[in-house]
Structure formats: structure tokens, C-alpha cells
Write a protein that binds this ligand. Structure first.
Ligand SMILES: Cc1ncc(COP(=O)(O)O)c(C=O)c1O
Length: 399
């Protein structure tokens, strides 16, 4: 048995059957490369699904983990800790959002946002409790967030689902937005600025601006799920910063920890005030180890020039994908280093994915037939070009 076969056999025996993994196990990574148990290396355009912002083995990430692990990892939220404040400060910097609650996953950040929105209206004495989300959205796998997720395949098997969530409107549809906000039981509109799992579908600028304006006019809240788009991925720290809007709550995870499980729900002062001690909590969230790493990673991303570089590389990638000039790639879209190339079919996308994998490039298929590119933010233009050459070759191979 090879080392990989042993790993696979143990996994099959003991790990719950919730994924259909590819036949590979990675042992180490460096920069934007991963190495498997057989010693093969891969150039990674998935980055742990938009998580490894600084790639693998980055000194900022490694030093922050090692230094903090030597000091203290977890103390509980019964005590103050220096790093949670430092990380929260980095997250809200330059925005209208003033306070953070930390969790461990994107789903937990969204769960917190839903609870906070409901509590906000309870405190105000208004009967607003409905959480409206978009068709084709993705917000997580807890019962509340999977209900918020506008894709039946994820939530239908788990019915009965919680009340007052699961109200879906078509994304980018201004009339649907106006109509739903006529219902004065709506507490919040919750949207991804770019739908990630749904197929890298950006919200239009006018739509997001209208969401901001109408929620304010109608007295509902705007929650933006920046779990996939946050932490510099779009070329600004938060995607919403491209549009001059002021969401009441945003949620984030993935890139903010650069590889450790940390997420956050950020809110304006006014909304955050609705939570008082005892309303919400977690054992692991906000603890020194993960927030020290998150602080270091976010500080690196906020360094001068870093996000401009992400924006430039994103444009280079999109240009390169458009220049493939292949009629089986029907659309290229995204912002910064969250880019999708929609293909003619799921089967075709899968074929491209498989062939690219064999050549040592890790891509991903989302939204059924969209090739997703969410590489570490430190990817270079040369590495992007290398992938584009392989992609062109791959498309030529497929008849
Ligand atoms: C936009 C968005 N929200 C929420 C989540 C859920 O995050 P997690 O898997 O960390 O719970 C994801 C995960 O892909 C996501 O893309």
C-alpha cells in the first residue's frame, strides 16, 4: 500500500461520508504550491477555498502561530485578551462598522448576524424577524444558515427548517427587492456582494446601492456576507468598500485568519448595542491563538500596496481568461482574485478541472459549471500566466 492508499483507507473507515474527495492527500505547502504524499507539486488556485490569503508557510502566519502558541492559546471569553481587540480593530478600520464578535466559521458568523438582527428589533420593540436572502446564495451549514442558503439541495433534506429565514429573492433583481421590503416584518436583507459557491456572480453596483438605500428607508438592516469576498480578496479589504455603501452588519471568515479557523460578525455601534452579556457566546471564538494569527494576517493584507497588487493581478487573470477566446468559456467575471469562468456545462467544467489537476494545477468548479479561481493573494502574474498556458493547452485537448 502506498502512503496515500493507507490515508485513504483510514479516512474511508473513520471519516463521515460528507465529501467526495479527489484522490490526493497533501502533506505540505510553500507559497502557492502544495505537495502531495507522492512528492508531486501543484500550483494552487483554490487556496483552501479562498482561505490561505498568504499562501502556505508564510513567515507572517508561521511566526504568529508559533509565538502565540508559546504564550497562551485559549483562556476563554471570561477574561480580556489583547489579540481579540487588536484583530477587531484591524477588521473594522476605515468602515462604519465599530464592533466585532468572533466565531470559528463563516456559518457561525452568519448565525451571529441573524441573531443580532433579530435581537436589534426585539430591543426596539418592532416585530421584524424575517431574514431575506438571495436565490443561489450560500451562507453555511448550520440549520439557520443552511436555511438562509437559497439552494434547496442544501437545506431541503433537513426540514423542518427554522421559521422566518428561507425567504429568497432573485439576486440583482431590483423590483423583487422593492417588493420584499414592503413587508414590515423583514428584519434584514442578507446578501453576498459576489455570490461565491453559487458561481462567482457579482452584485451590480446599482443593486447594492439600492439595497443600502432601501433597507435604510424601510427600517430593515443590510447584512453583507463577506465570508468569501473579505480580507482583501477583491482588491479592497471588504468588497462593499468598492460601492460607497454602509451595511449594518457584515460577516467574514476564510481569509481573515489566513488558515486558522476564525470568523467575525461586524456591526455598527447602533446595531451591536442590542447584544448584552449572555446573549451570544462561544468557547473557541476570539481566543488568543486565532486572533493573534488573524491580526498578523490582516495587518499584512493592509500593508501599503498589497491590495492594489491583488486588484492588478485579478485584472491580469480576467484578461487572460477572456483572451483564451474559446467559445466554451461563455463568461468571465469577478473582482480582484475571486474570478469565475463560466463554461458551457458541468461536464465540460469537470473535464477541464480533472485535466488541469493532472497537470499540477488546482482549480475548482462551483455553481455547477463555473471554473473558480480564488488563489492565495500572494500569487504572482508569472504563476497566473503559467496556469493560463496550461488552461489554453487543456481546452485545445478537449474536442
Ligand atoms: C459566502 C459564504 N458564506 C458562508 C460560508 C460558510 O462558511 P464556513 O464553511 O466557514 O462555515 C461560505 C463557505 O463557503 C461562503 O462562501
Amino acid at each position: 500500500m502506498t502512503k496515500f492508499e493507507e490515508i485513504k483507507a483510514r479516512d474511508k473507515e473513520y471519516f463521515m461520508n460528507t465529501y467526495a474527495p479527489v484522490d490526493v492527500a497533501f502533506e505540505s505547502g510553500n507559497g502557492c504550491y502544495l505537495t502531495d504524499t507522492e512528492g508531486n507539486t501543484y500550483l494552487d488556485f483554490l487556496g483552501g477555498i479562498a482561505v490561505n490569503a498568504l499562501g502556505y508557510n508564510h513567515p507572517v502566519f508561521v511566526n504568529a502561530i508559533c509565538e502565540q502558541a508559546k504564550k497562551v492559546s485559549i483562556v476563554s471569553n471570561y477574561f480580556y485578551n489583547e489579540t481579540r481587540g487588536l484583530m477587531a480593530e484591524q477588521l473594522v478600520k476605515g468602515t462604519n462598522l465599530k464592533k466585532a464578535f468572533f466565531g470559528n466559521s463563516g456559518a457561525e458568523a452568519n448565525e451571529c448576524a441573524i441573531k443580532l438582527a433579530r435581537k436589534y428589533f426585539k430591543v426596539k420593540g418592532e416585530n421584524r424577524f424575517k431574514i431575506v436572502t438571495a436565490v443561489q446564495s450560500f451562507h453555511g451549514r448550520t440549520l439557520a444558515t443552511v436555511t438562509a442558503t437559497g439552494q434547496e439541495k442544501y437545506n431541503k433534506p433537513f426540514a423542518p427548517l427554522p421559521d422566518g429565514i428561507g425567504i429568497y429573492i432573485p439576486y440583482n433583481d431590483e423590483e423583487a427587492l422593492r417588493n420584499v421590503l414592503e413587508d414590515n416584518e423583514v428584519a434584514a436583507i442578507m446578501l453576498e456582494p459576489i455570490q461565491g459557491e453559487g458561481g462567482i456572480i457579482p452584485a451590480s453596483e446599482s443593486y447594492l446601492k439600492l439595497c443600502d438605500k432601501l433597507t435604510k428607508e424601510k427600517g430593515a438592516l443590510l447584512i453583507l456576507d463577506e465570508v468569501q469576498t473579505g480580507a482583501g480578496r477583491t482588491g479592497k479589504f471588504w468588497a462593499f468598500e468598492h460601492y460607497g455603501i454602509n451595511p449594518d452588519i457584515i460577516t467574514c471568515a476564510k481569509g481573515i485568519g489566513g488558515g486558522v479557523p476564525v470568523s467575525a460578525c461586524l456591526a455598527t455601534e447602533k446595531v451591536a448595542k442590542a447584544f448584552v452579556p449572555g446573549d451570544h457566546g462561544t468557547t473557541f471564538g476570539a481566543q488568543p491563538l486565532v486572533t493573534a494569527v488573524g491580526y498578523a494576517v490582516c495587518s499584512k493584507i493592509r500593508e501599503d500596496g498589497f491590495m492594489q497588487d491583488v486588484a492588478n493581478k485579478g485584472e491580469h487573470l480576467m484578461e487572460g481568461l477572456k483572451n483564451l477566446n474559446d467559445n466554451r468559456v461563455v463568461d468571465v467575471r469577478g473582482k480582484g482574485l475571486i474570478v469565475g469562468a463560466e463554461t458551457i456545462s458541468g461536464e465540460f467544467a469537470k473535464e477541464v478541472y480533472n485535466r488541469m489537476f493532472k497537470k499540477g494545477f488546482i482549480l475548482n468548479v462551483c455553481g455547477g459549471k463555473v471554473l473558480r479561481f480564488v488563489p492565495p493573494l500572494i500569487i504572482t502574474t508569472e504563476q497566473i500566466d503559467q496556469m493560463l498556458v496550461a488552461l489554453k493547452e487543456t481546452l485545445n485537448e478537449i474536442k
